[in-house]
Structures are given as structure tokens and as C-alpha cells.
Design a protein around this ligand. Structure first.
Ligand code: NAP
Length: 180
């Protein structure tokens, strides 16, 4: 029988954060109202420089998230890059091996796979809906960057600065051409 878990006050959420946007920030603030700290998994950490998978590297996403949270005065977080593994039944153990020991609950909404895998491993999984999905979605922000529409109001100031600093706009536009 599995050992009962000791309460740690830590929550876990995972996403690709391509890029980190205002919706993710709002969700993290909500999660921190009911938990002492949050572990944020940066998913698909091995991928970058593609349009279908993430355009931004794990290191760039790490900087985007940490700078945005610090700009908000939030310091009770742990950021963990997590590479994908080619076996779903092993994925939760893989996440556990990389993250600070013990988290009480997992927050996810979409898609059902993450929820199912954590539930099957005995975790409590809670939903946390992203707000304003019309503007605050990774896909829509990447499209706006490529087409030259305003995207900076959809992301924290730190994210806009980092995307400018790494010349992310040109990267995304060039990726569109190479993917075509
Ligand atoms: P994701 O790409 O971050 O999320 C998928 C979709 O759900 C995106 O459209 C995302 O929007 C949206 N979303 C994220 N949080 C949401 C929320 N709170 N409410 C509503 N919609 C939300 O990543 P994921 O598919 O959830 O998976 C997380 C990571 O785990 C991925 O990197 C995945 O590869 C990894 N994973 C790996 C394995 C394995 O290796 N075998 C198994 C399971 C999961 P935004 O684009 O706006 O964020």
C-alpha cells in the first residue's frame, strides 16, 4: 500500500509556457492563495525553435517566468525544466524525480492526460481555469507576434522585454517560413 503523503503546502503545475502570459500569471496567483508555495514544471523542456512545439528554450522560459513572478513580488516558487519521456505511465515518476520532494496537489485543466496520469498516481488534482482565453493563449499570442498585432499587453512586462532581448519576433517569423 502507498505511504500516506505528508502535507508540504506545495502545489504543482506544469505547462509549456510558449510564452508565459497574463493568464498563467493569474492562475499562479490563485494557486498561491491556497498553497504556501508552487512548483512550476516547464514542460517539453528539450524542445525549442519549432512552431508546432515550443519556439522558446527551457532557459528562456525559465527567465520569463522567474522575472515575471519577481516583478510581482512573488518569490515562493520553484522552477523545474522537465523533458518529455516516451512513456506516459513513467512520466509522473519522472516529474517526481526532478521536483522538490513532495507536493500536495496538482493543478491542471487541459488536456485530460496530465490529470489522468497524476490521479492514477494517487494525487489530488484541482482545476484552475485560464481567464480571457481569446487573448491570453499561447497560440493566439504567437500568431499576434508573427502578424505584427499588439501582443505585449497579453504578457507580463518582463516577458515582452525578454522576447525583444532574444529577438524572439524574428525567430518566430523565420520559423513560419521554414515550417512552410
Ligand atoms: P500545455 O501545452 O501547456 O497546455 C496544453 C493546452 O492547454 C494549451 O492550449 C494551454 O494554453 C492550455 N492550458 C494550460 N493551462 C490551462 C488552464 N489552467 N486552463 C485552460 N487551459 C490551459 O501543456 P500540457 O499539454 O498541459 O502538458 C504539460 C506538459 O507536460 C507538456 O510539456 C507535455 O509534453 C508534458 N507531458 C509529458 C508527458 C510525457 O512526457 N510522456 C505526458 C504528459 C504531459 P496556453 O498555450 O495558453 O498555455
Amino acid at each position: 500500500m502507498a505511504k500516506p503523503r505528508k502535507e508540504t503546502g506545495r502545489a504543482f503545475m506544469v505547462g509549456r509556457f510558449q510564452p508565459f502570459h497574463n493568464g498563467h500569471l493569474a492562475v499562479i496567483k490563485e494557486i498561491l492563495k491556497e498553497n504556501r508555495s508552487i512548483i512550476i514544471g516547464i514542460g517539453s523542456a528539450q524542445y525549442s525553435h519549432t512552431l508546432k512545439d515550443p519556439p522558446f528554450t527551457a532557459g528562456e522560459r525559465h527567465l520569463m517566468i522567474s522575472s515575471s513572478l519577481e516583478q510581482e513580488g512573488i518569490y515562493n516558487f520553484y522552477l523545474v525544466p522537465i523533458e518529455d519521456v516516451n512513456s506516459n505511465p513513467l512520466w509522473v515518476a519522472h516529474v517526481e524525480s526532478l521536483t522538490p520532494p513532495g507536493f500536495d496537489r496538482v493543478y491542471t485543466n487541459n488536456p485530460p492526460l496530465v490529470r489522468r496520469l497524476f490521479q492514477e498516481s494517487g494525487y489530488e488534482v484541482r482545476s484552475m481555469k485560464l481567464l480571457n482565453r481569446k487573448d491570453w493563449s499561447g497560440t493566439s499570442i504567437r500568431k499576434k507576434i508573427i502578424s505584427g498585432e499588439d501582443w505585449k499587453s497579453d504578457v507580463p512586462k518582463a516577458v515582452a522585454e525578454i522576447i525583444e532581448e532574444i529577438d524572439g519576433v524574428t525567430r518566430l517569423r523565420e520559423l513560419t517560413q521554414s515550417d512552410e
